[in-house]
Design a protein around this ligand. Structure first.
Ligand code: MLT
Length: 389
């Protein structure tokens, strides 16, 4: 029986995919094999000796201390693309909110007295509407920073709206590059994108290389009055430099899904309560993807969409499968295989892949290994985790 601990409300559409006979799923299971989480802040304290994986139902993994988990041999999954449409729609909404007098206009209308005669109200509306004039998106330039699943969808939608789209992503994957519309003008660097854009939208994970990416120096490249939209994370923008830029009009508006005390009440800032992925559809898609990935890992040892382990998939070839996680150093495979050879255990198939400091092996063998054999492999220096899949 696999034990799955849930840390947030996860859509039932995903949870029902765990077969009841094989999985115990609850928020209070002890010694979970895997954790399913949305936005709860995780720490080292959530690790137990059984824990093999954490799946985040969402794209960002900044609520999980990924490096600590990697050291403990715990695979961290995310669900790239599963909520991309929801985020894309809210980015489009943000472009509209920042370019038209929608929010101010709605607030003004709601502040009028309900006792007004309808003729009086119409007269007032016609007299005041000049205060809520905006501009059209068609013909304007949108710079998309980060061209993964969300960035690519935002770019496509902006092209449909008649915008000119510039893109920048130094870490783009081959798959993501294939998906890009050819109307997107690729930029060699961030500052050339920013200096040519009327609107800039951020779609990047928080990494050491992206933290404070939009700093004071970069902000100086914005066109006067440009709009910055942030559905990535607040840590990507230097807030002090941002507020200064808004104050002097270098930036005309900042739209963000990540409210911070320093931005509350700023008239040039539109803040939303982290609702980019808060739609029924996105929550369902993320839960389904997270559950399917966890099941494939727990039942077969395969890894898809991990942020800290290599992708790896090996067709089961019958017999028994051992999963081994070790530090990515020389002579590991030789030592493991020689233990199996000493026990006369025949290897049918195997796959070994590494990512940065970590290596992951699936080894299919003909006969069942004893607990002593597994212990012997565990005892090899630099081996982190060994289990029978
Ligand atoms: C994401 O990183 O995809 C979002 O933060 C998801 C969420 O709102 O949970």
């Amino acid at each position: 029986m696999f034990k799955i601990q849930t840390f947030n409300q996860i859509s039932d559409k995903g949870l029902v995919r765990f077969p009841k006979q094989e999985y115990q799923v609850s928020s209070d299971v002890e010694k979970a094999d895997a954790i399913l989480v949305r936005s709860a802040k995780m720490s080292r304290d959530n690790i137990n000796s059984n824990l093999k994986a954490v799946a985040r139902a969402g794209a960002g993994t900044n609520n999980i201390p990924v490096e600590d988990y990697t050291r403990e041999g715990i695979v961290v999954f995310n669900t790239p693309g599963a909520n991309a449409n929801a985020v894309k729609e809210l980015v489009l909404c943000s472009l509209l909110l920042s370019s038209r007098g929608i929010l101010l206009g709605i607030n003004w209308v709601n502040s009028q007295s309900p006792d007004l005669e309808s003729g009086e109200l119409s007269k007032l509306v016609e007299a005041e509407k000049k205060n809520f004039k905006g501009m059209e998106l068609k013909g304007k330039t949108l710079g998309v920073v980060g061209l993964g699943a969300i960035g690519a969808q935002v770019a496509d939608a902006a092209i449909q709206l008649g915008m000119k789209v510039l893109g920048y992503d130094p870490a783009i994957s081959v798959d993501a590059a294939w998906r890009l519309a050819n109307q997107i003008e690729k930029q060699e660097n961030l500052t050339s994108l920013i200096s040519r854009s009327d609107f800039v939208t951020l779609h990047l994970p928080v990494l050491e290389t992206t933290r404070n990416l939009i700093d004071r120096k970069v902000i100086n490249y914005f066109k006067s009055g440009a709009v910055l939209v942030n559905f990535s994370r607040d840590a990507i923008v230097d807030e002090v430099a941002l507020v200064d830029a808004l104050n002097i009009g270098r930036l005309g508006c900042y739209v963000s899904d990540f409210p911070t005390p320093g931005l509350l009440g700023n008239k040039k800032v539109i803040l939303m309560p982290h609702i980019g992925a808060s739609t029924d559809e996105a929550e369902e898609n993320c839960a389904i993807m997270a559950v399917d990935q966890l099941r494939d890992f727990l039942e077969n040892g395969n890894i898809r969409n991990s942020v800290n382990f290599p992708s790896l998939s090996l067709e089961k070839s019958g017999g028994h499968r051992i999963a081994i996680i070790n530090e990515n150093v020389p002579r590991m495979l030789g030592q493991i295989l020689s233990i199996l050879a000493d026990k006369d255990i025949n290897v049918i198939d195997m796959l070994n892949k590494s990512r940065n400091d970590i290596a992951y092996n699936l080894i299919d063998i003909e006969s069942a290994p004893s607990e002593d054999t597994l212990e012997e492999i565990r005892a090899i220096e630099h081996v982190i985790k060994v289990w029978l899949v």
